[in-house]
Ligand binder design. Sequence first.
Ligand code: LLP
Length: 445
Amino acid sequence: MLEFFIKSVYYLRLCIKNPDTSYLLENMEIQNNQLHLGGLSAEALRTNFGSPLYVYEEDSLRSQCRRLLSCFEELHQQQRLQLHFAMKANSNPSILKVLREEGAWIDAVSPYEVQLALDCGYRPEQILFTGNNTAPEELDFCVENGVPLNIGSLFTLEHFGKRYSGKNISLRVNPGVGAGHHAHCITGGPRSKFGIYHDQLEQAQELAQRHSLRIVGIQSHIGTGIFAPEPMLEAMEMILALAERFTELEFIDFGGGFGIPYRPEQQEMDVNALGQQMTERFEKFCKEYGRPLSMKLEPGRYLVGPAGFLLLSVTNRKHTPEYQFVGTDSGFHHLVRPTMYGSYHRIWNASRMEDELETVAVVGNVCETGDFFSVDQGNIQRDLPKTTVGDCLVIADAGAYGFSMSSQYNSRPRPAEVLVKDGQAQLIRRAERYTDLLRTTQELD
Ligand code: LLP
């Protein structure tokens, strides 16, 4: 009894002091004080595949996809819902294949994204190309490959019409409202470069008519990392109000943006309720419109974010009068979100999950002061079980905009990627090496 009481107090203290530790994700557990992901110990993964390392859990990818589809069950059953995975979030071919098996389609933003999706078995009509400041060759590439285009500027529309009269297109609309987790991530409203501003849609229709283009879809994506249903529903209302004036629509695309809880105290957004609300509103619109249109969504983060982890190793410790630094073998060249947006990511000390806590700043090995992992809105310190050089740290929710935004800054190669399922790990991209840094340069003398 006494032992139970002591353990409870100890655990409660952990929860209060280190919320990251108290909140483990699906398919994670603590065994012998060490963190296991998808049935494998983080330390063993690091030993087998090297450090730093991106790890993705296949079950989690599949369950996120199924979860979102089930929120739009009615439309899905009628094959009137397409989830276009925004592959900019993660374009590893093995992940694209898993999502294809789950029924996802693709939102692509560049010709090579299109090419990669085709190479991973997506059919051209399952891809929607939404470029921005699109070059003429990019339009040609999509047309040659039979990939539908979503056009977001009057200039591009006119150019396209002159060259490809008679084609079907969709229009990206800026509905005048935006939302997102950071100013750089708001893609609607008067400050955003994306889409045709809603007050210019009449001109767009005239241009389309002049070149016999059929506008079969309208699309809008107001931002990313949205946590409340209100902005999404508000944007939906505005898009539906604009959609009325187009007579040949086959689909309406409400973009991506579904947020995931990065912070331990964040509750998941009630996507199910949002799905129901969106479906009801959409069906009402379709009734008035006179045709059962399809709904498209373009989730990126929601599908892959929670499935991914960045594993790294502690290489150093030092302190100043202000901070106790924990230095690691990775940095913002591998995961830029904390540095770029001040984004919070949970960090675990996978080598000693339940040890006594200390307050530290977790930093990388890039030669820049902003190279912090433990960011929390200006505060860069975090409570972590006491680290020792050699410990394995795990950064959560790194599956979206993690590897895909990585770089070779400081001439440091990108890490390997591994897919984990049923206690088995498969290398899905090897780590880069010195020669990869030089692949595109002139030969050395
Ligand atoms: N559709 C379009 C046209 C987009 O531009 C985006 C994201 C998405 C869909 C997918 O949004 P999601 O469902 O992932 O929120 N690097 C930032 C995110 C930039 C997103 C850019 N566009 C971050 O790490 O938070």
